[in-house]
Design a protein around this ligand. Structure first.
Ligand code: PLP
Length: 429
């Protein structure tokens, strides 16, 4: 069937047919995509610096991922891993157990989305510790389901209108030097939480993103992660690293927690794991993972054979194409271009942050960290789209542009995309 409608026509139909809560960044209706480029229904071409929010790390339609999924589809698409399982899920679990940092024996669990992976970490930690409390961080993002949303530390748009939230979820300060919150401040905040709201002996899990994603690409300093690890050991709390956005090579290590040299107890993965096929996982210390009773975890679609086959192919591609190292090269190239822009617009680009190919620039007014510029941020995303570049924003203050290209993006496309960033900024500032 030929698609003759325009982007605007599809957007009008979408607004009439789809709940407004499921908003979209741009009214660009994708016709097809390849590696780090996509084309809309009107034939316009875009460079993709979003990768479906850090999902297609191996690029759109990688031939090896496509072939693996097609081969699996020829055999079967679903039997339910909890009824009659299959080899690809076992193979993927073995690989993940091997890849997760630390020497302790590991086990894995398959679910379908990131939020579900986070919620399962809480279930597992509660079953293991017999405790109820969950500590997450201001500005953190863990998903849109009830418990994950309660754990998310950002009201708009995620928590507006949706309360009351599940109980026993607490938030502690997250250290952000740029906003004047030191590691010492954050640890003091946690200490206060333990004194006034919940005793550490009642805490089942502390859940942290090694780099806050939706919150604004703020990295958790290494010493903070290490101190949290010590606190968890001291008090018998399960340390959960939410690596849904930071995982699978994105930050220049396979998992970002590796930078801190720590072994989390449980770790989530989703997004980059399977080239766009919906699968999410929890991997963790076997003793903790085995606390829930058989049948207490899982779901109809958890560990879909198509997702597992895609994830195994993604892992092969990552190794063959050296994509973890490539994340660092891409990051360095983009950061050097943003630095040049910062020299040109020092009042506008307040801070540049990066971990591999997870890169951000924070936009402010008058060079002041306390005067965020969400309007300029929104305008940048739109101006870039008009010029043929998909950009994403994020941040508790809505003033961060994030750069998340596929790790397979050719250098010429990185440069072409950054030229469009420069032109968009010049148009607006
Ligand atoms: C760190 C983190 N945790 C959890 C989630 C939720 O994942 P999903 O949208 O697949 O439920 C996200 C999604 O952006 C995320 O970045």
């Amino acid at each position: 069937m030929t698609n003759t409608a325009t982007n605007d026509e599809w957007q009008a139909r979408k607004e009439a047919a789809v709940a407004r809560g499921q908003g979209n960044v741009s009214p660009i209706y994708v016709d097809h995509a390849l590696n780090a480029e996509l084309w809309d229904v009107e034939g316009n071409r875009y460079i993709d610096f979003g990768a479906g929010i850090a999902v297609v790390n191996t690029g759109h339609c990688h031939p090896k991922v496509k072939a693996a999924v097609a081969a699996q589809l020829d055999k079967f698409s679903h039997t339910c891993v909890m009824v009659t399982p299959y080899d690809v899920s076992v193979r993927l679990a073995e690989k993940l157990n091997h890849l997760m940092p630390g020497e302790t024996p590991k086990k894995s669990l398959f679910v379908t989305t990131g939020a579900e992976a986070v919620e399962n970490c809480v279930k597992i930690a509660r079953a293991f510790t017999g405790r109820h409390g969950v500590v997450a961080f201001n500005g953190g993002f863990h998903g849109r389901t009830m418990l994950a949303m309660a754990m998310t530390g950002k009201i708009t748009p995620y928590k507006n209108l949706f309360g009351p939230f599940p109980g026993e979820v607490y938030h502690a300060p997250f250290p952000i030097a740029y906003h004047g919150i030191t590691v010492k401040d954050a640890l003091a905040g946690l200490d206060t939480l333990f004194k006034v709201d919940i005793a550490p002996r009642d805490v089942a899990a502390i859940v942290i993103e090694p780099v806050q994603g939706e919150g604004g690409f703020y990295p958790a300093p290494v010493e903070f992660q290490q101190r949290l690890r010590e606190l968890c050991d001291e008090h018998g709390i399960v340390y959960v690293a939410d690596e849904i956005q930071t995982g699978f090579g994105r930050t220049g290590k396979f998992f970002c927690s590796e930078y801190a040299g720590i072994e989390p107890d449980l770790m989530t993965a989703a997004k980059g794991i399977a080239g766009g096929f919906p699968i999410a996982t929890v991997t963790g210390k076997a003793e903790i993972m085995d606390a829930p009773l058989p049948g207490g975890l899982g779901g109809t679609y958890g560990g879909s054979p198509l997702g597992c086959a895609a994830a195994l192919a993604v892992l092969e591609v990552m190794e063959e194409e050296g994509l973890v190292a490539r994340a660092n090269e891409i990051g360095e190239r983009i950061v050097s271009r943003i630095r040049a822009l910062q020299e040109q617009y020092p009042q506008v680009i307040g801070e540049i942050r990066s971990a591999g190919a997870m890169i951000a620039m924070e936009l402010v007014k008058g060079g002041d960290a306390n005067r965020p510029d969400p309007d300029l941020t929104k305008a940048m995303v739109q101006a870039a789209a008009r010029r043929g570049l998909i950009l994403l924003s994020c941040g508790v203050r809505g003033n961060v542009i994030r750069f998340l290209p596929a790790l397979t993006i050719p250098t010429e496309l990185v440069d072409e995309g950054m030229d469009l960033v420069a032109k968009s900024l010049a148009e607006l500032v």
